[in-house]
Design a protein around this ligand. Structure first.
Ligand code: FAD
Length: 324
């Protein structure tokens, strides 16, 4: 018998029932409201349940839409309580509120889709969470294994429910994965009860128009790097940025590597936020000619270029907006 042939149990709670053999205090009565005093919190006078929610909110997640076909209709629901479980066999888990309509649609053998939303799909997340905005476009679905998946999502999975478990006021559905796909893009994130997004290429000076950037870099000193030489190393402190004049550099950050050529500015984040350390390794790919501009030189140039200073503040403000 394979692992997945193992007997399955669908352990949705019976109202007020106790789990045979469960330890004292666990599963004694599924529907009793939680006892707040059981959660300890150092905050004086704080509501422990609120503290519990807020504490859980510190765990940043992506956002998915779970989809099923029920009564020949597509039903979708936003869920961030999604996790990978096992590679062999391929298993994932979703946690669904017992009051959600989705909860009644999922059961052993039912196929469901998981669409991992892209950063630009927060309206869809709101829509499938039952709070549509007036301008939300109609969601479009594609079908794989007769299972709907949200079009334009960053990743798709199709799974079949093989087990389900009691999870307090939620049910946990374990799905065996039958189909996976991922594309290029940035995921939508959820953290602290709000949407956030990853900024993959945090450019500030590089986003300045050329006529404002050039006077700032005029005091720079030309420097050359041989093939394989590091312009900077991740974590090290540095007080200069570099404008690549000729050649190409490879930028390597955890999980991401890309190449930049002439005209690119590197090292700008450490110049603006000194002391935190470089955020990437930047290595010369062939011979490289670059202009080295120190923080002090930039500071002096910004003093004489108020338009450039204002433009930098605008760029930083737009970064805040992206994060809001
Ligand atoms: P409904 O509330 O009836 O439907 C959900 C919404 O989707 C409705 O607005 C409906 O019109 C729309 N919709 C459904 N199908 C379609 C379709 N085919 N075309 C167009 N619109 C459609 N709850 C959990 O249980 N687990 C979680 O992990 C979870 N994570 C969440 C994460 C985030 C970021 C958010 C915002 C909410 C989360 N929720 C979660 C809450 C959950 O999304 C809502 O409670 C949701 O409304 C429950 O859906 P439902 O199945 O009861 O269906």
């Amino acid at each position: 018998m394979s692992e997945m042939d193992a007997p399955s149990e669908f352990e949705l709670p019976v109202h007020g029932a106790a789990i045979a053999g469960a330890p004292e205090g666990i599963g004694q009565s599924f529907d009793e409201p939680p006892e707040p005093e059981l959660i300890e919190t150092p905050g004086v006078g704080a509501d422990p349940l609120l503290e519990f929610r807020r504490t859980l909110g510190m765990f940043a997640t992506g956002v998915t839409v779970i989809t099923v076909v029920a009564d020949e209709q597509v039903h979708g629901m936003t869920a961030n309580a999604f996790m990978s479980v096992s590679l062999a066999p391929p298993l994932v888990l979703v946690s669904i509120d017992r009051k959600a309509r989705m909860n009644a649609m999922l059961r052993e053998g039912v196929r469901f889709g998981v669409s991992v939303l892209e950063a630009g799909q927060r309206e869809l997340s709101d829509r499938f969470a039952g709070r549509p905005r007036p301008d939300t476009p109609e969601p479009r679905f594609e079908l794989v294994h007769a299972t709907p998946l949200v079009e334009g999502a960053l990743a798709h999975l199709v799974g079949r429910v093989v087990r389900s478990y009691w999870g307090g006021d939620h049910s946990l559905f374990l799905g065996r994965v039958e189909y996976v796909y991922y594309g290029e893009g940035t995921p939508l994130l959820f953290h602290g009860g709000r949407y956030e997004r990853v900024i993959r290429d945090p450019q500030v000076f590089s986003a300045l128009p050329a006529e404002l950037l050039q006077p700032l870099l005029a005091a720079g000193v030309e420097t050359t790097f041989a093939d394989g030489e590091a312009l900077m190393r991740r974590g090290e402190r540095g007080d200069a940025l570099y404008l690549v004049l000729e050649g190409a550099v490879t930028v390597a950050r955890p999980g991401r590597m890309f190449s930049l050529g002439a005209g690119a500015v590197v090292g700008e984040i450490e110049v603006l936020d000194p002391g935190a350390g470089r955020i990437a390794d930047v290595i010369a790919d062939g011979d490289v000619r670059a202009l080295r501009v120190t923080r002090d030189e930039l500071r002096a140039a910004l003093g004489t270029q108020p338009r450039a200073a204002l433009a930098l503040i605008e760029i930083l403000a737009s970064r805040f907006r992206e994060l809001a």
